[in-house]
Design a protein. Structure first.
Length: 228
């Protein structure tokens, strides 16, 4: 590693989010530096070292706490399955103040792709971040996983999400899907001062793109219309 820099900056990112930043005046071979991980979540941590001219001189990928995977599965309630063509299937997830959103994976019972080969966790934590194809990525997140093998894999892999040289030069990734420009309204449907279950409500909004009609059957209704 070059030693002619006045100082070095170290940046750590997880899922494109900056989670660690430090500056050291000198890097000595054999010296160990520790990073607190008590507030980090599972995922690939990209550590990058820059010199005082913002040149990337070293980088390393590692997985945060592979021994302790923070996985919480909600308890499904009110399960309703219908195997008929275009049949309605439904379930409910109890509200939890610690989690505002969930990821749901639905698989065809006859699909050749199984969770044993590539799972939801391996897609979220591994294959979405690196370039090359990985054989059976789900193996690194099973009960009998080999954490040393995962670390050895990340030593040779390349980062996929972005390139620091392009970011520093001002060439940012193109945002393919722009957020929609919407207004949001929330209200309660009452009849004679009482909530009205199973009551239909017709809403008509007049915007620059024309009138839009919404027919709702909810006690708590959220109405959306475009302002474009």
């Amino acid at each position: 590693m070059p030693q002619d820099s006045r100082y070095y900056k170290i940046l750590g990112t997880i899922n494109n989010q900056l989670v660690y930043k430090a500056q050291v005046n000198k890097i000595i071979d054999g010296t160990e530096y520790s990073i607190p991980n008590n507030q980090l979540v599972n995922g690939i941590l990209q550590l990058t070292v820059f010199d005082d001219k913002e040149n990337v001189i070293a980088s390393r990928l590692s997985f945060v706490q592979p021994q302790v995977l923070q996985i919480k599965k909600p308890e499904l309630q009110s399960l309703s399955f219908n195997t008929s063509s275009r049949g309605k299937n439904s379930f409910a997830i109890p509200k939890d103040s610690d989690y505002s959103s969930y990821t749901v994976l639905v698989l065809d019972a006859n699909t050749k792709s199984t969770e044993e080969d590539q799972s939801l966790l391996s897609s979220l934590w591994l294959t979405g971040d690196i370039v090359s194809n990985i054989a059976s990525p789900a193996q690194y997140f099973t009960k009998n996983r080999n954490t040393e093998a995962l670390d050895a894999l990340l030593i040779s892999e390349k980062w996929k999400r972005f390139d620091w040289k392009s970011i520093i030069s001002g060439n940012y990734p193109t945002i393919k899907y722009q957020p929609e420009n919407y207004l949001s309204y929330k209200g309660k449907i009452n009849v004679q001062g009482k909530p009205a279950p199973d009551t239909y409500l017709n809403l008509i909004f007049d915007s620059g793109s024309g009138s839009k009609v919404f027919k709702l059957n909810q006690i708590i209704a959220v109405f959306l219309f475009s302002t474009i």
